[in-house]
Write a new protein. Structure first.
Length: 245
């Protein structure tokens, strides 16, 4: 399968999934703002940290923030693992204003992550598996996540400085109790590798949330992500710019 055929199939599948959801969209375009940092120590060890702030409308009515960090280990053959933790705060999305209204969820989370990367010609593929232990306002929960992420460099064969690229991903989140399918996220976007330390990634997210029964919602977001990566060349691997979330 070549790059063009792969990209065509991914776009068709995600467009079909989006069209099914389009009749149930919630009003307003939200913003999803991400600042990611990565420091690579050597071929095996690295650390990452991230801060996020989200709003219900275009840069107003902020109702969510999080911060998290973890340490990772690169195994041979494009496989890596990470242990991380973070704090996640959600306010009532129906109350206008920034971080106003009641707190819907005050969560501390620990998670283990496993990533497998491979290439199809110039397309970079990431399979990410995550297991979460969530200490929420309503009690302890487990969650399992899988993200398929693809990066397609446009003017170079890999992500080097001055490279434009496309990014398409889909992530599914599953609970160990009902409702089992909790959330799904589709992302379409692109980015630019400014230099060896700074990458910008932006695009559109459609997020499905399932609280059980008929309580299902969809929300659209504009996402902008600034990624700062230091000494990543020490890993000996190709760059795969993406959010930690």
């Amino acid at each position: 399968m070549n790059c063009k055929h792969f990209l065509k199939r991914v776009i068709i599948l995600m467009t079909l999934f989006y069209s099914i959801q389009s009749s149930a969209q919630t009003s307003g375009l939200g913003t999803w703002n991400v600042l990611t940092g990565k420091l690579t120590f050597n071929r095996k060890l690295f650390t990452m940290a991230e801060v996020q702030v989200r709003s219900q409308h275009l840069y107003k009515d902020f109702t969510y923030y999080e911060y998290k960090a973890g340490i990772g280990y690169n195994f041979p053959k494009s496989f890596s693992a990470m242990l991380a933790m973070g704090h996640y705060m959600t306010y009532d999305p129906l109350v206008a204003g920034d971080f106003k209204g009641s707190i819907q969820n005050n969560e501390f989370r620990i998670w283990e992550q496993f990533v497998l990367e491979n290439n199809i010609n110039r397309v970079k593929i990431e399979h990410r598996y995550r297991i979460e232990q969530r200490f929420t306002s309503t009690g302890y929960k487990n969650r399992f996540r899988y993200r398929f992420n693809s990066i397609i460099p446009l003017n170079h064969k890999k992500i080097d400085p001055k490279t434009w690229f496309l990014s398409i991903s889909n992530e599914v989140m599953i609970n160990n109790e009902s409702p089992y399918l909790e959330q799904n996220r589709i992302f379409f976007g692109g980015g630019y590798e400014l230099n060896k330390n700074i990458t910008f990634l932006g695009g559109y997210i459609n997020r499905f949330d399932n609280a059980g029964g008929t309580n299902q919602t969809w929300k659209n977001y504009f996402q902008i992500n600034a990624i700062f990566s230091f000494d990543e060349f020490k890993s000996g691997r190709e760059k795969m710019p993406s959010a930690l979330d």
